[in-house]
Design a protein around this ligand. Structure first.
Ligand code: CDP
Length: 224
């Protein structure tokens, strides 16, 4: 049993990362954004102009890639800060193809397990409760209606100065949903033992409160 880990899985734009950061803060846990590891890998593949069909080059890249997080939550790729560079339209449109590759998943799952093996963590992603950390004690699946998810993601991108339309964002979210849910290896699914929270009409704070209360309740029940 691994009772110091909270897993948050779910589709794009469900609010996982915002919720995860706040839950981690309230519980005094650290936060791991596993999506960032796939995004950073995608950025590296693009920068190095490697074809994803070229397995040898891909393995070379994975052997040498260095993905870290600093204490402010910035993502570092080979010691360079890439927090914003991994959230562009180009990365959004390519990341699901990269994350569907078995060799990429093997490396990233190892990295994610290594990072979380000591300490208390809130971990968000697509396969955390099912594959990466199946023994985690507190599992959640965060979902929301696709229009609401696209609306949230559109608002987020506009606030970051990214030029885009609601329709474009909705299509990108739907494409990624389709790809992530239908891939052969570790597809996005609801862990059988997860609490499912539909956040379509909930505020961020309501979701955070629900998760923190549930974690504290389970913790308390197990201490007794
Ligand atoms: O924030 P958003 O939900 O848009 O995506 P993300 O969590 O940054 O993940 C980006 C992509 O990485 C997803 O669309 C998946 O293709 C992949 N991913 C994955 O396969 N497994 C994970 N544990 C996390 C992300």
């Amino acid at each position: 049993m691994q009772n110091e880990i909270v897993t948050l899985d779910g589709p794009a734009g469900a609010g996982k990362s915002t919720v995860a950061k706040l839950v981690a803060k309230q519980l005094g846990f650290k936060y791991l954004d596993t999506g960032a590891t796939y995004r950073a890998t995608t950025l590296s593949i693009i920068k190095k102009m490697i074809s994803i069909e070229d397995k040898k080059s891909l393995i070379n890249l994975l052997d040498s890639i260095k993905i870290d997080f600093d204490i402010d939550g910035n993502v570092l790729l080979d010691n360079e800060r890439v927090t914003n560079d991994i959230r562009t339209k180009t990365i959004n449109s390519f990341v699901s193809q990269v994350s569907a590759l078995q060799v990429v998943r093997e490396y990233m799952v190892n990295l994610q397990r290594r990072i979380t093996e000591s300490g208390q963590y809130v971990v968000d992603g697509r396969d955390i409760g099912t594959v990466v950390l199946p023994n985690a004690f507190y599992k959640f699946y965060i979902d929301a209606d696709v229009n609401e998810r696209a609306r949230r993601r559109h608002e987020e991108e506009i606030s970051k100065g990214i030029k885009t339309t609601f329709e474009e964002v909705k299509k990108s979210v739907e494409d990624r949903d389709k790809y992530d849910s239908s891939r052969e290896i570790s597809p996005l699914t609801v862990p059988h033992d997860a609490d499912v929270i539909n956040t379509s009409i909930m505020s961020i704070q309501e979701v955070v409160t629900e998760i923190v209360l549930k974690v504290n309740y389970i913790k308390h029940k197990n201490i007794q």
